[in-house]
Design a protein around this ligand. Sequence first.
Ligand SMILES: [Zn+2]
Length: 434
Amino acid sequence: MKKIFISFSISFLFCLIINAQSENEITYIKAGKLFDGKSNQLLSNVIIGIRGQKIISVNQNQELEPGAKVIDLSNSTVLPGLIDTHTHIVLHSGNYDNQIIKETPEYRALYGASNAKITLESGITTIRDVGNEGAGFADIALRDAINNGIVPGPRILTCIQPVSSTGSYNLVGYSPYITLPNISYVADGPEKIREKVRLLVKEGADLIKVYMESYEKKQLRKDLLTGAMNYTLDELKALVDESHSAGLKVAAHTYSDKAAKIAIEAGVNSIEHGLYLSEETFQLMAKKNIYYVPTLLVYEMWRDGKIFGGISDEDKIKLKNTCEEHIKTFKRALKTPVKICFGTDTFELPGTNAQEIELMVKYGMNPERALISATSLAAELLGIVDQTGVIEVNKIADLIAVDGNPIDNPAALRNVKFVMKEGKVFVNKIPITR
Ligand SMILES: [Zn+2]
């Protein structure tokens, strides 16, 4: 018995030594070109030193220690891992209602793990997940499993489910006698809203999402995507106050300018979608440091019948008009100093996230600004810019690499050939040399 204990102790000690060695080992990445997440130009021939999870050096033309581990990306452009600020990771392709009614949260959590792997491998190292759509705590479980190294995936900040008012965000077209699973936490009036926020805080939410208006409840127009208002200013003020007092930011789903103005006055941290906002509203947002997450891609995919299992003729016209107005809105935003963040909402097609950057550039954003919106600016919105979104000393080593120059050609981000998250390599299509 004693003998077994001794041999166990020795092998345990040996493991500790090996682990300590790998923790102390430095890996160098040779970056042919580097976009650091903040500056407007690419640097050439940069060496990034990484120890454990952290970046320990970033230098041009640095001498390497002999015998050090080197990852040669000298024919590639290295960027910070991208941060998608609007996802629904535990939704998947196929009939939306069926996922919520027929599938268990456990099944959806496993599907989410598959989505998370695909998302990470496409270069997204962090996501802000803004609603699990009736999947219990699948998103929380996935977040924690990724953090504990059980499954691969991006770092997740999640809201669990959005807060919304009676009759608003729910499945539509069913008999009122049928009890359906909730896809939001329903609350009316400041006190009930505070109660739901408190519950979400206790359940481990990283942010609070609120539905300001909802087409599921009532559409106001046939020719454009619109929704009836869900909350008054007083209700929203209570939600923001309660969230902020728990240290959580608030993301507000809004379509109309009117809803956005209420959200801005209440002091939310970001406006999601904001389909029809005025220039004046964007100026107000800039003044109050409220971010705009336009999510252009999802509406175009919806219009083109690529998601939600196709599209009816009536919706096709509605989505065509909506996309046209949304693009005009995005162009209005570009004329103002409002901070615009990369967010996709394209849950059915994990891995397509970076195409949002192509659309932002197509509609007039300069490519450097688009890349910043997906890195340091997105990290700023999430409150984690001291940790990620930038390639500099003491930041977490979340890095990706692509062929070519993503400033000249944002489509280069469709083919990510190297992904490192927290110093660990998840994708490497380039051989490691010593
Ligand atoms: Zn969404």
